[in-house]
Ligand binder design. Structure first.
Ligand code: NAD
Length: 355
């Protein structure tokens, strides 16, 4: 098969880690008989410098002409101060999610066996969970207001709203993913306080009757945050709304020990899906051959699994990463004191050699 991939290399370490991921894709293409055609797309800080806005006109259309999008990371201190939304890199991230209809954010947090010691918590079950975060609704997208009243002074509000349809489509994603994995789904809400959560729970229970093979549980968000630290091995798939998912997915990431290892996928009902490492542009190490490319390489594995339905190719990448880690190769972010450290290019090369 021939696949068209949009590459948004972005800023900081983005081009370095995407570069290694592309070479891995090409190695997979050779091994399994696929071809990949790449289109470079300008977005983020570099786009501000070159065309005056972080999300140039036509970006969404160029992405829609492709089968999937691979993003490095955008942003950096150089572009952190403008109040003009066109000149802020995050504007591009929110716009592309909305324009491509990417309502489901899948964030796996798996502890790679070779790095079990990096987990800061006591755990004997291993960690292999997937957070499914709603990405285009809730309080981040609700009406915002700022006003002054005579008796209370300045006041601000952010509206949190969810529709039945929005909850149902993300809930269904949660159940479907649980079916493909360990058949356990936890839905996180705050139904003791929030009306949006009470509707969320009502819809989730209705969906639950369609998935009797999936073991389902409601957990309040405060308890979920606690359980993630207490016993992360108990979770398989966790589905939740935008803000709770934002916070819990970062918490889950950190308990696996390294930000440089974790991939993510953002998908909607139609192609293209968008795949990216969870880390940012790491300006402190950009251009120094220090970045760990594994998160981006594992994002390609997610692309193969979720956009192209190529689970064998996805597994080949994941196995190659584990094989290199099992041999003891480490980039600086995952090395213990005194361990030999390799760079971005060498890590990419070793992973390709295993393919
Ligand atoms: P960051 O993830 O870029 O860096 C946090 C720390 O982790 C740094 O010390 C960095 O060196 C390290 N790190 C990150 N990725 C690594 C990798 N692959 N290998 C080795 N070490 C790695 O987060 P930050 O410093 O808060 O943000 C930097 C910039 O990135 C900001 O402008 C922020 O807005 C942007 N950002 C972009 C995205 C995105 O594009 N989706 C996401 C998060 C942050």
């Amino acid at each position: 098969m021939n696949y068209k991939i949009a590459l948004i290399k972005g800023d900081g370490i983005g081009p370095e880690v995407v570069g290694e991921a592309v070479k891995v894709m090409d190695a997979i293409g050779e091994k399994f008989g696929h071809t990949f055609e790449y289109t470079d797309i300008l977005m983020g800080g570099r786009a501000i410098d070159e065309v005056g806005k972080s999300y140039p006109d036509g970006t969404a259309e160029k992405c829609k002409a492709c089968d999937a999008v691979l993003l490095g990371a955008v942003g950096g201190p150089k572009w952190g101060h403008s109040t003009d939304p066109d000149k802020r890199p995050e504007t591009a991230l929110l716009s592309i999610r909305k324009d491509l209809g990417l309502y489901a954010n899948l964030r796996p947090a798996a502890l790679r066996p070779a790095l079990a010691e990096s987990c800061p918590l006591k755990n004997d079950k291993g960690i292999d969970l997937m957070i499914v975060r709603e990405l285009t609704g809730g309080v981040y997208f609700g009406k915002k207001d700022r006003y002054t009243t005579e008796d209370r002074g300045e006041e601000a509000s952010d509206l949190m709203a969810y529709s039945e349809k929005e909850i149902e489509r993300i809930g269904r994603r949660g159940f479907e993913l649980a079916r493909l994995r360990g058949k356990k789904l936890v839905s996180v809400d705050k139904a003791n306080v929030l009306e949006t959560s009470r509707l969320w729970r009502q819809i989730m229970h209705k969906l639950g009757s369609e998935y009797p093979d999936v073991q389902y549980e409601d957990v309040l968000v405060d308890n979920a945050a606690m359980q993630l630290v207490k016993d992360p091995g108990q979770f398989d798939v966790v589905v939740t709304e935008n803000m709770f998912g934002d916070i819990l997915s970062d918490e889950a990431s950190m308990i696996t020990g390294s930000i440089g290892l974790l991939p993510s996928a953002s998908i909607g009902d139609t192609a293209p899906g968008l795949y990216e490492p969870i880390h940012g542009s790491a300006p402190d190490i950009a251009g120094q051959d220090k970045a760990n490319p594994i998160a981006t390489i594992l994002s390609v594995a997610m692309m193969f699994r979720y956009s192209f339905d190529l689970p064998t190719e996805a597994k080949a990448i994941e196995d190659a990463v584990d094989a290199v880690l099992n041999e003891g190769w480490r980039t600086a972010d995952i090395a213990k004191p005194g361990e030999e450290v390799i760079g971005t290019l060498k890590m990419g090369e070793l992973i390709r050699a295993k393919l």
